[in-house]
Design a protein around this ligand. Sequence first.
Ligand SMILES: C[S@@+](CC[C@H](N)C(=O)[O-])C[C@H]1O[C@@H](n2cnc3c(N)ncnc32)[C@H](O)[C@@H]1O
Length: 362
Amino acid sequence: MTKPSETLWEIEPHTSAKHEILRRYLGAWFPILGSKIPRIVYIDGFCGPGRYLGGEEGSPIIALQEARKQPILAGSEVSFLFIDEREDRIKHLESELSLLNIPSNFHIDTRVNEFEDTLTKLLDDLEKRGAHLAPTFAFIDPFGFKGTPFSLIKRLMANSRTEVFINIMVDYVNRFVEHPLPVDRKHIKDLLGASDDEIEDVVNSQDRILAFRQLYQGKLLKHAKFVRYFEMRDDRNKVIYYLFFASNHPLGHKKMKEAFWKVDSQSGFKFSDCTDPNQPVLFELDPSIDLAKVLKTQFSGLTQNSEDVITFIEDKTPYIETHARKALIHLENGKEISIEQIKADGAKRRRGTFPTGVIIHF
Ligand SMILES: C[S@@+](CC[C@H](N)C(=O)[O-])C[C@H]1O[C@@H](n2cnc3c(N)ncnc32)[C@H](O)[C@@H]1O
């Protein structure tokens, strides 16, 4: 992946996949927050020009379009902060914004500056005033590994109602981690919030890409209850980056997993530019079969309420509700679980359903 120097550039398939995840997630996030919160903030820290060479929408326009679709936001103040260090790209974005009909309760702030500097000042200023960031979704989508230190992500996540969706360009990280220039190694250390020893462990590991992913995942998990990642590969099927989502909200987590599965119905966590969309899939995978195995291992020998099993699936696994029901059906049909036919409320359970109050013996 090369870093474009022009104002606009050609979109690549993995970028479209990233946008599809963003679009679907925001289509859920705006109404969830808008229904209960009077002020919400959307930050796009590396926003780009708002459009690609072929006319495709860029991330700031996608966010605005999703927000504009939600009538429920009419009662909220929605602040959009779009940051890019390049003036030409912000100018282009502003020209795109001028073509949109923006509701009066949407406040748009565009800044030509570095993300790190802008965010640090914003958080410092709030801190000085003893104020807090309103519930925020921060999309952080740089080209390389500079300017997104983990210390800043940590500060953002200190507010429990903030969610972060960050692109970690693990291929660049891997290529520069042993670079002779100490400044590059320092950026990588900052990005990952890692010690020299932790970096050395990754460098010496068998699979560095996996080790970088696990290192960052572990760091995020110290500051967020829910962390998920989505893997992007290039046209040679090489991993280029991970999109990490960090949140403290079960519903946000659930919605992001649903967005991931819409983009990858086979495994829910990856996209490759080398996949031919016209090539039929030879063997359709059924994720619920894998989930059935996970449930057997997790609950072996135990008796559980159906709602506890569903909460486990939603909060602790990458799977979603549709897989849950199918996995339990597989287990019931294979006589690997037995289910009490009378629910806690005395009503009879219908086969193939797992409503609240159903008792399952694993
Ligand atoms: C991957 S592109 C963003 C694409 C955009 N998020 C989208 O999906 O349409 C990264 C952008 O970050 C900008 N950029 C690079 N370094 C930056 C920094 N330190 N702070 C803010 N913007 C930066 C670049 O000019 C570029 O427009």
